[in-house]
Design a protein around this ligand. Structure first.
Ligand code: ACO
Length: 378
């Protein structure tokens, strides 16, 4: 059996352009990130997460009345269906919240009021519902595992503040609420990252939105992707004091271990989101009167650049940002999903609107033709 090589294999699909999209632009050399043409810096400084959701789904920033209508739709979907609360109570308390989220989103697909509809309108409704429900799932599970009752959302609170309220049972301070809102804006979309791509692959079979989002959540979980923010915090806690940072990081590099929160497939300079998170982490550290976690992170950053020319990615400073807010470490990656659901669903809607099945090839490198040996002769 002979076979011509099909084409050059690009490991990890590096450099492959797999879709056209009007949602997100990344300039990896200059470190720029745009959503629908708007610079992330402007959005982080001047917009709210709800405005960014609208922008990602509809392509335009909302007017006041459009934003109000979206807020009302989100409010209407925040309270979790009883079936989901029952499910959350059935899970083991020690289960990983990311696994809970993946399973609960899949379950929502069974009971969604438009479960069997795949029209553009139904899918937009599902996108809004999922964006409202994901934070409610995470907050409810965290309370249930601590032996507390889930807290219903407050209509007057914005999306970010509502999550912190449902998690902690009291309204958060203004700095934490705004920091969380900015973190959600910064994580909302990132072109064809691994989880968005897997969501689009699932959507490209014309499977339903909940299935596509479930695929995306499973992909986000990995430590090379969204799971890195939790790994960063574990590293900071192990380092424990700024003085120990040098020896710790040099030891990691000597063992050829990856430093979580560094490196990126697309950026060849600093991730533009890191700048904002560095500042948020510092502000929250100052408010908490405990700058240690920010200082250790800063030192890790200096050493990683000095030794390997590595730049931080979005996960480096999001870790201490969430830690300063008193959020449990194993919720850091689920929090990524609270934000990225907006980008995932925008991409899934875009995929449905102009669909072609995503189905690449592999280069076969296994054994050539072999004679079949019947079972009794093996
Ligand atoms: N620590 C140490 N070395 C690194 C790191 C790191 N974090 N990242 C890349 N490198 C080195 C690699 O060892 C490799 O060096 P070599 O050529 O001498 O072997 C080189 O940089 C290129 O690395 P690749 O793995 O080929 O880069 P790739 O584009 O495949 O991987 C990835 C990108 C997975 C993000 C990688 O940088 C990494 O593992 N980072 C740590 C995990 C992390 O922070 N993930 C979050 C990414 S952002 C996000 O998903 C939200």
């Amino acid at each position: 059996m002979t076979q011509e090589p099909r084409s050059q294999v690009l490991a990890g699909l590096e450099g492959v352009v797999a879709a056209t999209s009007t949602i997100c632009f990344i300039d990896g050399k200059e470190g720029r990130l745009l959503y629908r043409g708007y610079d992330i810096a402007d959005l982080a400084e001047k917009a709210t997460f709800e405005e960014v959701c609208y922008l990602l789904w509809y392509g335009e920033l909302p007017t006041g009345s459009q934003l109000q209508a979206l807020r009302e739709q989100l409010n209407a979907s925040r309270a979790l269906p009883e079936e989901i609360l029952t499910l959350l109570r059935l899970f083991p308390k020690e289960a990983a919240p990311m696994d809970i989220l993946r399973t609960a989103v899949s379950a929502l697909g069974v009971i969604d009021p438009q479960a069997s509809e795949n029209s553009a309108e139904a899918n937009l409704n599902k996108a809004i519902r999922l964006t409202a429900q994901i934070p409610a799932i995470i907050a409810a599970f965290d309370r249930i595992r601590r032996g507390e009752e889930p807290i219903p959302p407050k209509e007057e609170l914005a999306h970010a503040a509502n999550f912190l309220y449902m998690l902690k049972g009291k309204e958060s301070d203004p700095l934490s609420a705004r920091a969380f809102d900015v973190a959600l804006i910064l994580h909302a979309d990132h072109e064809l990252n691994a989880s968005t791509f897997s969501g689009r692959v699932t959507a490209s079979t014309l499977s339903d939105m909940h299935s596509a989002v479930t695929s995306a959540i499973g992909t986000l979980k990995g430590p090379l992707h969204g799971g890195a923010n939790e790994q960063v915090m574990k590293m900071l806690l192990e380092i424990a004091t700024p003085e120990r940072t040098e020896a710790y990081v040099m030891g990691m590099l000597a063992q050829k271990r990856r430093i979580p929160g560094f490196g990126h497939r697309v950026y060849r300079t600093e991730d533009p989101r890191a700048k904002f998170l560095r500042r948020l982490s510092r502000d929250l550290g100052e408010q908490a009167g405990e700058l240690k976690w920010w200082e250790i992170t800063r030192k890790v950053e200096e050493i990683a650049f000095r030794e390997k020319g590595l730049y931080p990615n979005v996960d480096l400073y999001s870790a201490s940002t969430y830690f300063y807010m008193g959020i449990p470490m194993d919720l850091f990656t689920p929090i990524f999903a609270i934000s990225r659901i907006s980008g995932w669903t925008a991409h899934i809607l875009e995929q449905y609107a102009d669909n072609r099945l995503i189905r690449p090839l592999s280069e076969y490198v296994g054994p050539t033709r072999r004679e079949f040996i019947p079972l009794e002769q093996r």
